[in-house]
Structure formats: C-alpha cells, structure tokens
Design a protein around this ligand. Sequence first.
Ligand code: BES
Ligand code: ZN
Length: 456
Amino acid sequence: MVMERVDAYLEAHRATFEEQLKSLLRIPSISAQPDHDLDTRRAAEFLVDDLHAMGLASATLIETQGHPLVYAESLDKPGLPTVLIYGHYDVQPPEPLEPWNSPPFEPTVVNGNIIARGATDDKGQMFTHLKAAEAWLKAGGGFPVNVKILIEGEEEVGGANLEAYVKANREALACDYAVISDTSQFAPGIPAITYGLKGLAYFELIVTAAKSDLHSGMFGGTVANPLNALASILASLKDADNRITIEGFYDPVRPLEAWERAEFAKLPFSEADFRTQTGVPSLEGEVGYTTLERRWARPTCDVNGIFGGYQGPGPKTVLPCKAGAKLSFRLVPDQDPQQVAAQFQAHVAKVTPPGVKVEVIVHHGAPAVLVGVDSPGVRAASRAIEAGFGVAPVFMREGGSIPVVGLLKENLGVDTLLLGWGQNDDNLHGPNEKFSLADFHKGIKASAHLLAELAG
Ligand code: BES
Ligand code: ZN
C-alpha cells in the first residue's frame, strides 16, 4: 500500500523532478576553479533548501576548510537499519568548451538525454536518491528505515576535507548500509551492481636543466633537453606488451580468479562497439587480458597532461629549460598508493638521464575497493533495481575511482552498494556529458524501493 503511494508520487512528479534537476545543473559548481567557489556553495545551498522543502528539517550545510558538505538525517526508526546515502554536487571543469553542442551549464534535452556538465556525474544520479526520499516523506508517511544523507563538494578534487570529516564523525555517520549512485550500468537496458572500483595514484613530474631557455642551434647537443628527458622517462614506464615496468609494481596485484574471468566473458560486450564508441583504430592494452579485464581488473598507467617548450603558432627553435607531466596509475586490489609512490620515485631516479633535475610531486591517492556480492544488502539492491528498471542487474567492476568507498569501509566498517544509473557513453568529464531521463526516473524508483527493501 505505502509503496504504491510512493510510486504514484514519483509518477505524478516526473516533470517537476526534471525541472528541479535542470535548476541544479545550471549552477556551475566547479570545485577545481576558485572563480566558482560561490557557485559551488550555491549548489550546496540549493540541496539544503530542497531537503528542507521535503521535510528534512535537520538538513544543514557543514563548513570545511574547502567546499561545504551537505548533511541531513532522519533517525526515528529505532531497531530498524540505518542507510547512509552519499553523493557529490561538485563537477569537473567543462573546458574545453569548443566541442560542446550547447553551453555546459544550460541543460538541454536531446533524444531523451539531458545534456550538461554534472548530468550523470554526479548531480543527476545523486538527485535520484533525494527525490526518492521526498516521495517517502511526502507520500509514504516517512522513511521505512533510518536515513543519513551526506553530499560533498570536493569529490572531483580529491575530497581531503571529507576524509577529515568522516574520521572525526565515525559515530554520527554509523550505518548498516551505504549507498552511492556514481557509476554506470553495464549497457542500456542492462542495469548493474558494481562490486569493484580501481584505486588511484597521481603524480606530477617536473624536469629542469639550464637556467633559462636556450637557442637550440647554439646549445642543442651540448646540454640536456628536459622535454627529451621527460619523454624518455615516460616511455620507460611501459614495455612493448603494455606492461608497467616499475619494479615490484605487480607484486601485490591480486590475480583475476577463474570464476571472475568466466563471468566477465559471459557479459554481452562487443569490442567492435567499444572501438566505435571511442573512435580508435584498434584496442590496445596489457597483453594476455581481454578488454573488460583490462578496464576493470588490471592496473594501468596514463599520462594525463604534458607541458614544456614552445606551444604557440609557427616554429620556434628553442631548447626549453623546463618540462613537466601529470600522470596517474589506476590501481587494483591489493596495491597500496603509498607503496606505488615509493616505487615510482625509485623508478624515476633510476631512468632519469644525466644532465637534468627531476622533481616528483605526489598527489592524492586511493586504494582500490572490492565489495561482497553475496550479502543481504546486495540482494535487497537487486530487488530494488528490478522494481525500478524491470530487469535484474548484472554484476560488474569499473575502472573509475570513488575514494569515499574505501573511507567508509575503513572508518564505518561498511561495504557500499554501488548502484549506477549512468551509461558508458555518458561522457563524464568530457564534452556533452549526458544522462538519460528515462534512467533518471528508473533510478528514482529503484532508490525508493531500495529503502523499503533494506528495511527488512
Ligand atoms: N563518478 C566518478 C567515478 C567513476 C567514473 C566510477 C566512471 C565509475 C565509472 C567520480 O566522480 C570520479 O570521476 N572520480 C575520479 C577520482 C577522483 C579522486 C578525482 C576518477 O575516477 O578519476
Ligand atoms: Zn562522480
């Protein structure tokens, strides 16, 4: 009976929910850009207002050293489980703007998809849980469980302040289940529960030599060129089989088990479609593994940016005095980001050619996570997804990282239910980021059913 009233509320408010999501997407809450600090705060305030409007008087903005957290709770069901819902309201920078077909902060609906920065990552997905909560409060007479909602504004920049907050508030955040929708489905019409995420180790390399830029004719061939040196350091990181050459790097890597390889192989994955989606001439990666295995369960290394020398139009014959690169490793269980940092530094010291100085800057890191696939929470989530999407989910891993999952495990002892409503071609972090409105509504329904399923 109650569930029907909740479902009816969702049906009746589809248009309102879409308009509210558009309002949230109009706020350029780009956590990385200080020019947008006030906008980022405005997104947090928007969410507090929304939570107040649905009847969560406890909703509040929590100040941090950076962007504020949003927190709300409803704990009036003693003896029943407590569900912690996490999401993030900050977004990646939209740049470069040129490939966008519509402005990133003017949400536009095309072919049933809403297009805007943050549409899928994570405003649209996070908002599904808020609208599910609203339905319970407005039409269900209150939540069927105890609920804690925590939304951060620094996920895309490493979430250092959230880490401090979780460590200092273990009791206040204690819960039986944690839920995050910030991942993808396996494919359209194939919803998924994600049980593994990769970890991350992020570095910057700065290579310097002469005290200023030099004429490359007068000095070339007599002093080291930092760009050439950087190129050789970067090239040394992988061998011809696309294996990472850093000593000890693979030692802790948990090998793929036979059952998991068999499960991956059963999923309806098309290499040809993946090639078309990415537009590459061929798929490349570590020898001996399938594309899904490489994406989900093998560590990788990618250069994320490189700078140095003359970048303007036309030629300039210069021998630059400085060059740099940003690069990251995606990690799998049981690699430790700090150990990888030490191994990387040792490798760089070993392969750096003479005549240059190298500095390694170590940025934020996170370990990979694997959560159990056989638990009451996962079974409840499967039923909820079936109610929302009409089909049972498959189980998959992802190549992306959500550092808070490890943080919650470590500090609250909970495995997170990773229920992603996105699609692999949503283009998160890229131009024309999108989110299917049909999946938005199915996700809301699944989230609403999840609370009932977790109640018992
Ligand atoms: N939502 C993503 C994580 C994600 C992406 C999970 C794709 C599954 C599939 C998240 O917001 C994100 O982008 N995380 C960063 C890590 C962070 C430390 C900057 C990432 O994975 O690069
Ligand atoms: Zn995200």
